[in-house]
Structure formats: structure tokens, C-alpha cells
Design a protein around this ligand. Structure first.
Ligand code: HEM
Length: 488
């Protein structure tokens, strides 16, 4: 070690006094600021939950983005931290502290006091893209009213017409791709199928070029929902907002035609407009109708289409389940007779089919977790949560918990013969924000499974199981190409 005589040391200090003073104050200020910031953000109080918050604001954002940009998918970020810290961990993404809630008890606590102690965080880009009056963005009082007024067309009995229309549309399209005999992507097929069926049910649109135009704009809006909100040409946000303007014009045009009597249809929109003369608490205004039309299309298309794709993949890997499904569905078909069309009541006989739907949703976790913000300090499973922290109900962790599901990585629809513990199956969420399209999604999938398994055998033409990059809904990168062979 360097040893200086005392007089040299005094000389050195005198000569560099300014430098030493600046260095000393910098260290002190950094220490005080970091302490104040840690206290303000609640970091020092959450010692109970392990995890790394990294640097202020940045936190672990780059690791999260890197997982999202990889073919392992964004849940890999969560999986990795669980392996480091255990079931409960916290992190910081884009300046916010996130806790991933892994238990049924945690899910119960959050779902059952949604809006009171927890709420969806306000995301500007989402509200701008999908609309301020969307169910996804409105405050509690409007949410309750809008949801009540939107619900009826999505109740099981109201879906009878949808079932027979969807069945017809699907049968024709499957027949066509089977006749061509070439490999096709299930994902592209199911995206188009669900989109066209939903636009038909909501707005009675069947014109092909109009449908493709609306679909393109809805995709742009969906891409803008989680983008950086700056109105600069070329950005996802800009493109999404422009697409929204076009969609609002299209929807507005259709509403005007219905009102002036040029057009009348038996569909969702007509049922909303029939309430025009009702008191304001019993009807939706035009902005509410249009924002929620857009919300329903966006919330319904990608989720249902991804689930349809995963069912094909899982059934291909589990021939026993596929055989059981086919057996059940062939009996239903035989009982109906030649050239039959499915009716809503026929779906009641699809008990194994329904288990395939649930098992597909359990394993695919189309929505990986459900984000909320804590409105007050609270404890969940004994862990202290601070007001303002983001608590994500981790559906994936719950669905893969070996204490709730034996051999959770095994696709086994029969497991649903047993009663499920409360909050152990939450693919459609729970509480006041339970999926509005849950019944529609179930009947869509049942009809799809029926027509596919009773009419065709299929081979998956690309076994690669890597995931699409930059996607928030897990989907196969390959799009799941298959070739169909009709039963003669
Ligand atoms: C397999 C398909 C589907 C899955 C897995 C699914 C899942 C979910 C989940 C988990 C939620 C609640 C999210 C949360 O609590 O934060 C939700 C909400 C919602 N879903 Fe679905 N969904 C599907 C299909 C559909 C369809 C077909 C529609 C419309 C026709 C739809 C419309 C909605 C709407 C509007 C909400 C918001 C409800 C509210 O905030 O009150 N979903 N969905």
C-alpha cells in the first residue's frame, strides 16, 4: 500500500480540495436521493417479497423486452425469476413495481375486490386506441351500466343463431381447404374465421373487401394499444389512431343507415339501436356502442383464434384424447343425420369436447396474467403490497401448479371430470370483469372441434414449438401448418 508522509498528505489535500469536496457532496447527494426515492416508491417496505428492482425507472425492463422478443415468449421472464426467487417475486418494468400473484387465494382476493381495492391501470395508448368508452377503460359506474347493456347478446340462449351460422361458415371453409389438399396455417384460418363470424354476428357484414379492410384496421388498433403514445407518422400509435378514425367512420355510417331505415338486420348492433327511445340509463350512446364494437372484435378475435390453434396442436400430440373426442363427436353427427347443421342444444352433448376446450385453455394460457393496480396498501398471502404497485394475477402459474393439477404439462382433458378448487381455473377471469365473450368463445371452440374431429384427420406439418416474437398472446411461430384428410 502507498504510504505518504504526513506533510505530503496535507499538501495533496490542500491542492485538490475542490475536487475532494465535489466528490464528497456527489456521493452524499446520491445517497440521500436514492434513500428518498426508495422510501417514496415503497421499495424499502416490501422486503418480504424477494426479487430485483434494478436501477430506478429502468429496473428489469430490458430483460422483459428481451424475453418478449424471443421465441420463448414473454412468460419466460416470469419463469426465470420464479426459478431464482421462488413463487413470489417482484420486479420493476417501465418504472412500475410489479408483483406476480401465483396463488388461488391471491386470485380470489383480487378478483373479489376488483374496483374496490384493485383496478386496471389507466393506459393512455389503450384508451386512445380502443376508445374512452370501452369496457376496458371506463370507471366503475359506467362499467357496470355498459356491461349490463352489452351482456344479453352474449348469454348462452342468445347465441343460438350464432352457432348455426358459424357452423355453416366453418363447414364450407374446411371442405374447401381439404379439397385443395395443401398444407395451410391453422392460425391464419382461425383468425379469418373468428373475425368474419364476429363481424357477421355484431354488424352483419359479409362483404369480403369491407371485412378485410376492417380487419386490417382492427389489427393496427390492437398493435397501438400498448405502444408509446406519440403522434409521429410511422409509429404504431399513429397508425393505430388513424385506423381507429376510419373504423369509427365505417361504424358511424352503418349506424346512420340503420337509423334512417335504409338497412335493418337481426344482429347485435340492431339490438343496441332498438333502445334509442329508452331512458339514458337503459341505453348506450353512439360513442359507447362504437368503442365497444371495436373492443369486442379485438378482445374476441385473437384470443379465440389462438385457442383454436392450440387445440389442434395439443390434440395432435395426444392421440388418445383425439380419439375420445372423435368418438363423442361422431355419435352426435350420426344422430343428426346426413347434411346436418349444428344447433345450440347439440353442444350440450359434447361433455368431452368441453373438457378439451378447458384443458386447451389451461395449457395455452391465451391471456398469461391479468394486470391490476393496488388502490390501497394491503396484504396478499401474508405479503405486504403497497398502494400503486402492479399486482398481476398469474393465471399461467396457477394453471401449471402441480398441487392443483397433477402432471400439469400433460394434456389430459379427463382431469376436468373432477371438481376444481375455487379459482384454480381462471382462463376467463372472474368477478366483475369476467370475460364478456366467454360463452361465445366456448361455443365457437366446440363447433370447431366437432367439425374438425368428426370430418377430418390431420397431420401437423411443422413440429417447431417456438413462439411468435413480440406477441402478448402466446402463438406458435409456425402458425401451426396442417394438412386435412376428409373421412370418405
Ligand atoms: C378463448 C377465448 C377467450 C379468452 C381466453 C378470454 C379471456 C378473457 C379474460 C381472462 C378476461 C378478463 C381479463 C381481466 O380480468 O383482466 C376477458 C375479458 C374480456 N373479454 Fe374475453 N376471452 C376470450 C374470448 C372473448 C370473446 C369471443 C369476446 C367477445 C366477443 C371477449 C370479450 C371480452 C371483453 C369485452 C372483456 C372485458 C370485460 C370487462 O372488462 O368487463 N372475449 N377475456
Amino acid at each position: 500500500m502507498l504510504k505518504l508522509p504526513e506533510k505530503d498528505l496535507v499538501f495533496l489535500v490542500k491542492e485538490n480540495y475542490d475536487l475532494i469536496a465535489v466528490a464528497f457532496f456527489s456521493v452524499a447527494i446520491t445517497y440521500v436521493l436514492s434513500k428518498t426515492w426508495r422510501r417514496a416508491s415503497g421499495v424499502d417496505h416490501g422486503e418480504g417479497i424477494p426479487g430485483s428492482l434494478g436501477l430506478p425507472f429502468v429496473g428489469e425492463t430490458f430483460s422483459f423486452l428481451s424475453a418478449t422478443n424471443s421465441t420463448r415468449g414473454c412468460y419466460d421472464f416470469v419463469r426465470l425469476r420464479r426459478s431464482w426467487y421462488g413463487k413470489w417475486f417482484r420486479t420493476r418494468i417501465f418504472g412500475k413495481i410489479h408483483v406476480f400473484v401465483p396463488s388461488t387465494e391471491g386470485a380470489r382476493k383480487i378478483f373479489s375486490s376488483d374496483f374496490a381495492d384493485f383496478n386496471k391501470g389507466y393506459v393512455k395508448s389503450m384508451a386512445d386506441a380502443v376508445g374512452q368508452k370501452s369496457l376496458l377503460c371506463v370507471p366503475q359506474e359506467s362499467h357496470k351500466r355498459i356491461r349490463r347493456l352489452l351482456s344479453d347478446p352474449f348469454s348462452m340462449p342468445s347465441l343460438s343463431k350464432f352457432v348455426s351460422k358459424f357452423d355453416q361458415m366453418l363447414s364450407q371453409r374446411l371442405k374447401k381447404v381439404a379439397e385443395v389438399g395443401k398444407s395451410f396455417m391453422v392460425l391464419d384460418f382461425s383468425m379469418k374465421m373468428t373475425f368474419d363470424a364476429m363481424c357477421n354476428m355484431l354488424l352483419s357484414i359479409s362483404d369480403e373487401s369491407l371485412l378485410r379492410g376492417i380487419e386490417k384496421d382492427c389489427t393496427a388498433v390492437s398493435d397501438a394499444m400498448l405502444s408509446f403514445p406519440v403522434m409521429i407518422p410511422g409509429t404504431r400509435y399513429y397508425k393505430g389512431l388513424k385506423a381507429r378514425q376510419r373504423l369509427m367512420e365505417t361504424f358511424g355510417g352503418i349506424i346512420a343507415k340503420r337509423r334512417n331505415g335504409t338497412e335493418h338486420q337481426d344482429d347485435f348492433l340492431q339490438s343496441m339501436l332498438q333502445r334509442d327511445s329508452y331512458p339514458s340509463s337503459e341505453k348506450l350512446d353512439d360513442a359507447e356502442i362504437m368503442d365497444n364494437l371495436l373492443t369486442l372484435i379485438i378482445a374476441g378475435q385473437t384470443t379465440t383464434a389462438a385457442a383454436m390453434m392450440w387445440s389442434v396442436k395439443f390434440l395432435d400430440e395426444n392421440k388418445e384424447a383425439q380419439d375420445n373426442l372423435r368418438e363423442e363427436q361422431l355419435v352426435i353427427g350420426k344422430n343428426k343425420g346426413e347434411g346436418y347443421s349444428l344447433a345450440l342444444e347439440d353442444l350440450n352433448g359434447m361433455s368431452f369436447g368441453l373438457k378439451v376446450v378447458k384443458e386447451t385453455l389451461r395449457m395455452s394460457n391465451v391471456l398469461l396474467w391479468f394486470p391490476r393496480v393496488a388502490l390501497n396498501d394491503c396484504t396478499i398471502d401474508g405479503f405486504e403490497i403497497k398502494k400503486g404497485w402492479h399486482v398481476n394475477i398469474d393465471a399461467t402459474c396457477i394453471h401449471y401448479d402441480p398441487e392443483l393439477y397433477k402432471d400439469p404439462l400433460q394434456f389430459n382433458p379427463s382431469r376436468f371430470e373432477e371438481m376444481q378448487k375455487p379459482y384454480s381455473f381462471i382462463a376467463f377471469g372472474s368477478g366483475p370483469r369476467t370475460c364478456l365473450g366467454m360463452n361465445m368463445a366456448k361455443v365457437t371452440m366446440l363447433v370447431f372441434l366437432h367439425r374438425l374431429s368428426s370430418g377430418y384427420m390431420w397431420t401437423v406439418d411443422d413440429m417447431d414449438s417456438s413462439l411468435e416474437k413480440k406477441a402478448h398472446i402466446p402463438r406458435l411461430r409456425s402458425g401451426c401448418p396442417i394438412t386435412l384428410k376428409a373421412f370418405s
